[in-house]
Design a protein around this ligand. Structure first.
Ligand SMILES: Cc1cc2nc3c(=O)[nH]c(=O)nc-3n(C[C@H](O)[C@H](O)[C@H](O)COP(=O)(O)O)c2cc1C
Length: 175
């Protein structure tokens, strides 16, 4: 029987959508990609790559809602965030996503930086300008991190995401 694959993404400013499309290309030809708002119910699919963006240290709300519907499936998780992908913040965010998918077999995880909405940066700057000790106050470290995030996702991120998912597809097919 032919396996059915789909990629479901939640994306506000396009970063996660870019990764979703790269992953979809790495899956079998008939795999489909949907924004979470248009995604079909997960039950008809054998493998679901589910992705979203990190919002206040959590998978974003739309991604969470969809994840809650997925049970007893083979799944993969992908996320984009402003923080560095090897940071504790990224690890904690992924752990929360994992927890939401605990009734499934998680075959793949991918996380990379994504440019942060300039409107949000502006709001943060205004909110913290009189309080240098605010946890979101602008400082050299934060400036460098946002500048790095502004370069992502890039070609290499897309390639890495595609390769990570292609590998599990090869394993599923080979099993
Ligand atoms: C309201 C809001 C909250 C965010 N919260 C976090 C956060 O807690 N941690 C983080 O690393 N990035 C955070 N970000 C950055 C986004 O996760 C990042 O820019 C992501 O790539 C956006 O993806 P999208 O373009 O698919 O919407 C936040 C962005 C917004 C707009």
């Amino acid at each position: 029987m032919k396996m059915k694959y789909m990629v479901v993404y939640s994306s506000k400013t396009g970063n996660t959508k870019m990764i979703a499309k790269a992953i979809n290309k790495a899956l079998p030809e008939e795999s489909e990609v949907f924004s979470v708002q248009n995604a079909p119910e997960p039950n008809d699919y054998d493998f679901i790559a589910i992705g979203g963006w990190v919002d206040k240290g959590m998978p974003d709300a739309a991604m969470q809602n969809y994840m809650n519907k997925i049970k007893n499936k083979n799944v993969g998780i992908f996320m984009t965030l402003g923080a560095y992908p090897d940071s504790q913040h990224a690890k904690d965010s992924m752990q929360k996503a994992r927890q939401l998918l605990k009734d499934n077999d998680i075959l793949c995880e991918f996380i990379c930086q994504g440019k942060v909405d300039p409107q949000l940066i502006k709001r943060m700057r205004e909110m913290t300008k009189n309080n240098p000790y605010h946890p979101h106050a602008m400082n050299e470290e934060r400036k460098a991190r946002l500048a790095e995030a502004a370069k992502h996702p890039n070609q290499l991120d897309c390639q890495n995401a595609a390769e990570a998912f292609a590998k599990i597809f090869e394993n599923i097919q080979g099993a």
